[in-house]
Design a protein around this ligand. Sequence first.
Ligand SMILES: *Cc1c(COP(=O)(O)O)cnc(C)c1O
Length: 456
Amino acid sequence: MHKIDIELVEMTLDVMKYAIDRISSTNPKIGKPKKEEALKALVGETITKEGIGGEYAFNLWKNYLMKATVPIDHPRHLAFVPASPTRAAIMFDLVTSASSIHGAYWMEGAGGIFCENEAMKWIVSLTGLPEGAFGVFTSGGTAANLSAIVTAREHWREDGTYKGEKGLIITSIGAHSSIKAMAQVADVDILLVDSEEKLTGSDLRQTIDNLNPHQRKRLFAVVATGGTTNAGIIDDLEGIGHICKNEKLWFHVDAAYGGGALAADSVRPLFNGIEQADSITIDPHKWMFSPYDCGAVIYKEPDLAKRAHSQEGSYLEIFKDEGAQGFNPADYQIQLTRRVRGLPLWFSLATHGTDKYKVAVERGLELAQIAGKLIEKMSHVELVREPSLSCVLYRRIGWLPEDYKQWTYENHKKGFALVAPTKWKKGEDFETVSRFCFINPHTTKEDIEDILNSMI
Ligand SMILES: *Cc1c(COP(=O)(O)O)cnc(C)c1O
């Protein structure tokens, strides 16, 4: 299994050919999901005592299984938050895998971690956080949010007054589902401001003023969103940051989706106040064109994260020894063994330079404006709200929720596009609407027109 023979050489060539084909393809087919039983019927038993052979297994992958996946970088994949990793980044994902680097500790991963840190310095510079702020790459925004919440809670509990108290966080219903899920993991309560529009300083002020004394005692953090996943709304970071400072609350900004837009001069002022954050989540696998999976958590004071996350164990002591000194990513988030998942981003940034990133993000913003104008011109659709960042919410006049669902399935089945419905709060009700989220700079105006026309 670990030896080198002619079969391995052939497999290597097959894999490289596949990778080159996929990386250079500009219009990969949108695959359809199939039921598990249907896939099983197509491929049969794949895990057997004797093995089915690499060539056979690879053919099953190419002929059936890969075709039951959606290429997330398709120019007409505008659902959820799409992705569009650069070709340089994907190539280096192969290099990252081939290099077998343990990315937890400097002692083993120094060269790789060095590269990650160079990329991280650029990301941190976009935030405007003060000297000393730094971060690490995580498996995604969820892990980054959890790492930040746990750091905040541990820091809060350093004060003995709060020992034994269950923590409380304030955020808004615009916050990503992972905030609620991770608050549950960390066993802290969450209070949601009941608006999906921009969370303002005065909303927060009012919410804090309405707390009873025990709730106020338990409140330790506020989570603002730097680009809501549903609508691209950026909370009033300036106002919220100011209140957090006065109230001595941890200020976390979840910019998992929107963080890439910090690089775009045209919208950067909307993020003013982010430099006051105690921690920030940014997903390079969303708007920084990294392959999956690559999130990031950044701390104003990384030492606080280290106090919360550094793992102890007799087998780990050597890593903390003088002789092995350096930056240990394991100390700043929840994971120990980790891939150097920031390495593909480093290579792509080094290859292309940061200016190209600005241009590519600006294109996503521009596509949202183009979509907005097209929607205003057409009579069968209308905007639900002005496009924000690269998100556009719009309705097909006269459609019921079922129509949106059917339309989504139909487009997917045809391999034409993947655009999913969402809900938008209207008074006390939630209206089903359609949503675009642009990431891929190669999406065209024609793509958008074709999708809108398919709703007539
Ligand atoms: C996508 C997203 C997350 C979750 O990130 P994953 O990388 O999917 O774990 C968290 N917050 C926001 C605002 C997001 O858009």
